[in-house]
Ligand binder design. Structure first.
Ligand SMILES: [Zn+2]
Length: 306
């Protein structure tokens, strides 16, 4: 029984300076968790790479061909926001497979985590918002196709709507997409999830947690998932440059704790993916993400000493 964490050197693939995506967090989070002793190197596993067949469970052959041959039209590459390179595509293949492997580990140990992933703005036929492949949708389709899960709940608490998830799973009744996000934030043209909750700008801890507590237990009860993917993005923080909400780091931690407790109490495996986080101070981002890992370790694996 241990917290399995997907991590690979390729997650750190550095992209040009100019965009706003803080890639440093992918190195800083594992380093901090190791240094403080929350985990040791034995917690990490190196994920495999998605095969083409696995990609095609979710993405269109045309889009995959454009990625593979680096022939994505410039406009579509720009919507993704990263310079399109073969390495970026490779990175995405490992990250998405990692999310699938986390789901399998979660079925064994209750919870597992990816030090990346949550690329919920990727659609079947195009990418956008820093997302190339949709890792959670690919992982969900693989689980369903292989008979490894029957009913999957996506709990997406990134401040941005999971428009790719909503679109890809629109006609898949075995996957329930729950997205709670800023009403006045990217994507400005939203898709329809199974449940969307739109939050006003400046929503703070108390209100946010109240809405979550009023919603999540009911969803779990009514839908009856046998797998949960939790997108634990920290762009809900007040300090986030893109977020527009007003959560404190403690509120963000309480949010994670609540979701994990719900999964644990219902005996439902939970695979955690990271999603966004864009505070000016990278420390804030790293600390808030590390809290999710600390909570998972504590709630699921801490040995009781009495
Ligand atoms: Zn986001």
């Amino acid at each position: 029984m241990m917290l399995k964490i997907a991590y690979s050197d390729i997650f750190r693939y550095s992209v040009p300076e100019k965009h706003r995506f803080p890639m440093q967090k992918y190195t800083m989070i594992p380093e901090r968790l190791l240094a403080e002793g929350t985990i040791n190197s034995g917690n990490f596993f190196a994920p495999a790479r998605l095969s083409e067949d696995e990609i095609l469970t979710t993405h269109t052959p045309e889009y995959w061909y454009q990625l593979k041959t680096q022939t994505l039209p410039r406009k579509e590459a720009r919507a993704i926001g990263f310079e399109m390179t073969p390495e970026l595509v490779e990175r995405g293949r490992y990250i998405a497979h990692a999310t699938y492997e986390c789901a399998l580990y979660a079925q064994q140990y209750g919870v597992a985590m990816n030090v990346a992933g949550g690329t919920h703005h990727a659609f079947a036929d195009h990418g956008e918002g820093f997302c190339v492949f949709n890792d959670v949708c690919i992982a969900s389709n693989l689980l369903l196709n292989r008979g490894q899960a029957q009913r999957i709940l996506i709990v997406d608490l990134d401040v941005h709507q999971g428009n790719g998830n909503a679109s890809i799973m629109a006609n898949e009744p075995r996957v329930f997409v729950f997205s709670m996000h800023g009403a006045k934030n990217y994507p400005f043209r939203k898709q329809v999830s199974d449940l969307d909750i739109e939050l006003d700008n400046d929503t703070g801890d108390v209100e946010y947690l109240q809405i979550l507590e009023d919603t999540l237990p009911r969803l779990i009860h009514e839908f009856g998932p046998d797998m949960i993917f939790y997108q634990s993005a920290v762009d809900v923080l007040a300090t986030d440059k893109l977020g527009k909400l007003s959560l404190t780091i403690e509120g963000c931690k309480a949010r994670d704790e609540y979701v994990l407790q719900q999964a644990k109490a219902g005996n439902i495996p939970v695979a955690i993916v990271m999603g966004g986080g864009y505070s000016e101070d990278i420390e804030e981002v790293v600390e808030a993400h590390c809290n999710t890992f600390r909570l998972a370790q504590q709630l699921f694996f801490a040995e009781s000493v009495d």
